[in-house]
Ligand binder design. Structure first.
Ligand SMILES: Nc1ncnc2c1ncn2[C@@H]1O[C@H](COP(=O)(O)OP(=O)(O)OP(=O)(O)O)[C@@H](O)[C@H]1O
Ligand SMILES: [Mg+2]
Length: 238
């Protein structure tokens, strides 16, 4: 089903997410309206618990939407089943989880090659070469045969970044991708992301690091399940 009214790459309409906890309901997203165009580098900042990871999960179709709509490239993500979404994610989305989500029994190299296997793009030699090039770019090529437990948090984070980029995804959703990195490594990741944007990729990046704000083409603040464009909530920054 094509909805010809929407020309933007990503759009949400009154998106809400409520979690049921033993202690009661938590409204993590209270009505998010977002329009993101192709080629944007979008920063999302906000306090812990504001709903940033929940929003990333909803954009990736990773969890059920309580109400509202999520459209990505004219695909109604809110209306698709898990089988469709798993396949779609493999082709379109590079996802960097806040907690990395590496598979503990696989080497770093095998961790990043797994998505290629799933998306049917597997060619052993080409995939390995590409993985090694990306590991080199993020500065951890000497560790690729280790298990995640044998490397630092920052090195795990860089592995998660390589895994997100290896499918050459059109959209990169990055949840605090530099949160565990020193400033030099963080800068090298920002360069990699900027090169992706120049190639026409679209990136949505959650960060606590306000010094990165000038690097984004658009910035949103999240607070208590709501989202605000930068200019309307500057005063909330402090
Ligand atoms: N799976 C879940 N089940 C129940 N409640 C959840 C779940 N995930 C998130 N929440 C709640 O939803 C709210 C938003 O959480 P979320 O993880 O999206 O925040 P965040 O902005 O990413 O925070 P942080 O900066 O700490 O990562 C919080 O109150 C959180 O406790
Ligand atoms: Mg989070």
């Amino acid at each position: 089903m094509i909805n010809t009214n929407y020309s933007s790459l990503i759009m949400t309409r009154n998106l809400k997410k409520t979690y049921q906890n033993p202690a009661g309901e938590i409204q993590a997203l209270k009505g998010i309206n977002l329009v993101i165009n192709q080629g944007e580098f979008v920063g999302i900042i906000g306090r812990s618990g504001a709903g940033k990871s929940t929003l990333i999960n909803m954009l990736a179709g990773l969890d059920s939407i309580t109400s509202g709509e999520v459209w990505v490239e004219n695909v109604p993500i809110h209306a698709k089943n898990e089988d469709f979404l798993a396949n779609w994610r493999g082709l379109k989305i590079g996802l960097i989880f806040q907690n990395f989500n590496l598979i503990s029994t696989l080497s770093l190299l095998d961790n990043v090659m797994l998505p290629l296997d799933f998306s049917g793009q597997f060619n052993a030699k080409r995939s390995r070469d590409l993985a090694k090039k990306l590991f080199d770019e993020v500065g951890i090529s000497e560790h690729i045969f280790k298990l995640p437990s044998g490397i630092s948090g920052g090195q795990q984070q860089r592995t998660a970044i390589v895994r997100a980029l290896i499918n050459n995804p059109a959209i990169i959703l990055a949840d605090e991708p530099t949160g565990r990195l020193d400033s030099v490594t963080s800068e090298s990741i920002m360069h990699i992301f900027e090169a992706q944007v120049i190639k026409g990729k679209t990136i949505i990046m959650v960060t606590h690091d306000e010094s990165l704000i000038p690097r984004f083409s658009k910035v949103y603040f999240m607070e208590d399940g709501l989202i605000f464009p930068k200019n309307t909530s500057d005063k909330k920054l402090k």
